[in-house]
Design a binder for this molecule. Structure first.
Ligand code: UDX
Ligand code: ADP
Length: 473
């Protein structure tokens, strides 16, 4: 019986992506007495995890993986063996937004979760704690429980936990080393509580016990959606104010600083931008909208949907500003886009604002020259063409992927800062200016450059949330 299990010795993580990979690797790093096997259906991904070039870029990840790989950390496509050896299984497979069918565009596609859960049910020969780790809508644990319980026997029982991941990409290793909290939800039965304790003990190898929070299953699942919805809401709030700033002459950075000094509001997550991206915010908000609609709470659904809509508006508003500033046309003009990842220090492009912007520029028949220090070229083509052959041809005709920012900006009519990579702060902007068409426009979608210095060089600068005429009237 799982309720008698005192400590976890063997962990299997199903899904070797952005969540499963770093999370399970850190557990191996912090708990040498636990064998951790990360498995995936994707052979190429597993090969990459076993090579010198890991499949995802994350500061500090290499050190963790190279230190424990082959000792108590293993990567494998032999999922069945890993499941069977494990006392505890993390399910961290992908949960994209549904593209078709009921809830298309909003609800999460749980097909991968279901497939992984069924596999566990089929092959497990001993009792397991199964931990829902992927970002999932409320009640997923219930579905997993139904599938697993239908396959439970006297000898094999399954206990389901929800243990949502709060790490942010780019700082994942630090977030895992020093989490604000670890949240573990379980059914409040003796077995559920015992399983909850077993997982809490794993984390308590390095996380102070008062940071490990235990709740019921539903609170845990909803907390994940709520945390991301509240964070995204802050960004949409400051982005909404950025439009007011541009119209009035207020400066959005000054406003964010002034309001953030109120300790009830706090300074974090108030940086205006071209719009939030990433695999979580949009997906989780839309999950919350769908959940609210399903629960017949239309006002609640509408409230959260507005956070998403404002983000779409912010991206479109930026595109409109660029086109109108470039004399109402960008046809045949060269537009240099600096950054493609959804934020700095990651090669991840999911829901990146760059995708929306560049698609719109191509639609306007501009020529786009893009540079990003981490994103793979093929990834850009896939994102911009949605994997459609005809669209890809058009993208290839309109897109040049450059080796650095100088090459991208050469002969450009405008430079657009889309991702806040640190290296963009220290570029030789005089050199960039000298090689551009005049007038040379620069649009700072991340509020990261010194606009005054750039204006002295000769650039025409537009920064989100700032009015270039403010102070001159
Ligand atoms: C987010 C949550 O932070 C994390 O807790 C959760 O587990 C997963 O989703 P992530 O998507 O990796 O993490 O990145 P995050 O740092 O939250 O940034 C998301 C987006 O918001 C990025 O595009 C970022 O550039 C943007 N952002 C963030 C802003 O525009 N302004 C801000 O002030 C903060
Ligand atoms: P996330 O950001 O949530 O980690 P990713 O897409 O980066 O999402 O990673 C999810 C991983 O899960 C992918 O590598 C995918 O191949 C893997 N995966 C999906 N379904 C299964 C399954 N049934 N068994 C094993 N791995 C799976």
């Amino acid at each position: 019986m799982v309720s008698e299990m005192v400590s976890v010795r063997n962990i299997c993580c199903v899904g070797a992506g952005y969540v499963g990979g770093p999370t399970a690797a850190v557990i191996a790093y912090k708990c040498h007495h636990i064998k951790v096997t990360i498995c995936d259906l994707n052979q190429a991904r597993i090969d990459a995890w076993n090579s010198d070039k890991l499949p995802i870029y994350e500061p500090g990840l290499e050190e963790v993986v190279f230190d424990r790989r082959g000792k108590n950390l293993f990567f494998s496509t032999d999922i069945d063996t890993a499941i069977n050896e494990a006392d505890l299984i993390f399910v961290s497979v992908n949960t994209p937004t549904k593209k078709a069918g009921l809830g298309a565009g909003k609800a999460a596609d749980l097909a991968y979760i279901e497939k992984a859960t069924r596999r566990i049910a089929e092959v497990a020969k001993s009792s397991k704690i199964v931990v829902e780790k992927s970002t999932v809508p409320c009640r997923t644990a219930e579905s997993m429980r139904t599938i697993l319980e239908a396959n439970s026997t006297e000898k094999v029982r399954f206990d389901i936990l929800s243990n949502p991941e709060f790490l942010a990409e780019g700082t994942a290793i630090n977030d895992l080393f020093h989490p604000d909290r670890v949240l573990i939800g379980a059914l409040q039965t003796p077995e559920g509580i015992a399983a909850q304790r077993a997982l809490a003990e794993v984390y308590e190898n390095w996380v102070p016990a008062d940071r490990v929070i235990t709740t019921n299953l539903w609170s845990s699942e909803l907390s994940k959606l709520a945390a991301n919805a509240l964070l995204a809401q802050r960004i949409s709030s400051i982005n909404a104010l950025s439009a007011v700033c541009e119209a009035t002459g207020a400066d959005v950075d000054e406003v964010a600083y002034a309001v953030g000094r109120d300790s009830r509001i706090g300074p974090k997550f108030l940086k205006a931008s071209v719009g939030f991206g990433g695999s979580c915010f949009q997906k989780d908000i839309l999950n919350l909208v769908y959940l609210s609609q399903s629960l017949n709470l239309p006002e609640v659904a509408e409230y959260w949907n507005q956070v998403y809509l404002l983000n779409e508006y912010q991206k479109k508003r930026f595109v409109k500003k660029i086109i109108s500033t470039l004399f109402n046309t960008i046809t045949h003009k060269r537009i240099a886009v600096l950054g493609f990842a959804f934020k700095k220090d990651t090669g991840d492009t999911r829901e990146s604002a760059a995708i929306t912007l560049i698609k719109d520029f191509i639609q306007e028949n501009a020529h786009v020259a893009v540079y990003d220090p981490k994103v793979e070229h093929e990834q850009m083509y896939m994102d911009l063409s949605d994997n459609l052959p005809d669209t890809r041809k058009n993208v290839e005709e309109h897109l040049t992927i450059c080796a650095d920012a100088y090459e991208a900006a050469k002969d450009a009519d405008a430079v657009i800062i889309v991702t806040e990579w640190d290296e963009f702060k220290t570029l030789d902007y005089q050199r960039i200016y000298d090689n551009m068409h005049k007038p040379a426009f620069l649009f700072d979608g991340r509020l990261m450059l010194n606009a005054e210095e750039l204006r002295k060089i000769g650039f025409k600068v537009h920064t989100i949330g700032k009015n270039e005429l403010a102070g001159t009237a």
